[in-house]
Ligand binder design. Structure first.
Ligand SMILES: C[S@@+](CC[C@H](N)C(=O)[O-])C[C@H]1O[C@@H](n2cnc3c(N)ncnc32)[C@H](O)[C@@H]1O
Length: 230
């Protein structure tokens, strides 16, 4: 489990391991053929969300969309919002690309890259109305907790990118990680809890693959919903 140094000399968060990914034929074909059409390539400078989604009234970022169940459904249900999904896992990217094509979703685009670097380089300050992080990898072993995505420095990367009043919505089925997420968000400068403690489930949130896995194991789902103070 290796971590790499970043240019500033401190340890960089590596919240995922890219294993050789098994892709279905459709996922592979979609990945190869549709990535140039429906993805925003990683770059080291800010993007214009207005250029990517000219008709959108709000911009929503989803980090680690997995197979994209929530991403695709929300984009279909909210054609006025622009959804930008970030994921490193190629089968999920292939799957979402095939759904964008099949459903002609012009309000959903993806970035196939590490969310930490995407936030650092590409997402302008005060540009995002909402951030979704559904069932981030829990890294259950104690020696791997340093790989968890939701830590102070990561949340500190998100907060400036939110517009005032924008929200950060995180769900997990891992009780002890849920406590950590609530604590990290409660301590983050510029965020306030929209609830007392854990949030009510948002009725519009679709169920995801990892949520179903948790429920199959009788895990309790915990939700955290914070907004950016003005
Ligand atoms: C446990 S899965 C959850 C997927 C999906 N949200 C769900 O609920 O089914 C976590 C996902 O986050 C992705 N991920 C983890 N760290 C990431 C990072 N730094 N940048 C982009 N994606 C990341 C992983 O590749 C994985 O697909």
């Amino acid at each position: 489990m290796k971590q790499t140094d970043n240019t500033e000399g401190h340890r960089k968060l590596r919240s995922y391991v890219l294993r050789a990914a098994r892709m279905s034929n459709l996922q592979r074909r979609s990945y190869n053929d549709l990535l140039p059409r429906y993805s925003v390539p990683y770059r080291e400078s800010g993007i214009s969300l207005k250029e990517i989604f000219p008709a959108a009234s709000k911009y929503i970022l989803e980090i680690g969309f997995g197979m994209g169940e929530a991403t695709v459904r929300l984009a279909g249900e909210n054609p006025d919002f622009g959804y930008l999904g970030i994921e490193v896992h190629k089968p999920g990217v292939g799957k979402v690309l095939s759904e964008i094509e099949r459903l002609s979703l012009d309000n959903l685009r993806i970035i196939n890259h590490d969310a930490v670097e995407v936030l650092e380089s590409m997402i302008p300050d005060k540009s995002i109305d909402g951030v979704h992080i559904f069932f981030p990898d829990p890294w259950p072993k104690k020696k791997h907790h340093k790989r968890r995505l939701i830590q102070g420095p990561f949340v500190d990367l998100i907060v400036p990118r939110l517009i005032p009043g924008g929200y950060l919505y995180i769900c997990t089925d891992w009780e002890e990680y849920a406590e950590q997420i609530l604590s990290v968000c409660s301590q983050a400068e510029g965020l306030q809890n929209a609830y007392e403690g854990f949030a009510e489930p948002q009725p519009w949130r679709p169920r995801t693959k990892f949520e179903s896995r948790g429920l199959d194991k009788s895990h309790r789902i915990r939700e955290v919903y914070f907004t950016k103070t003005t």
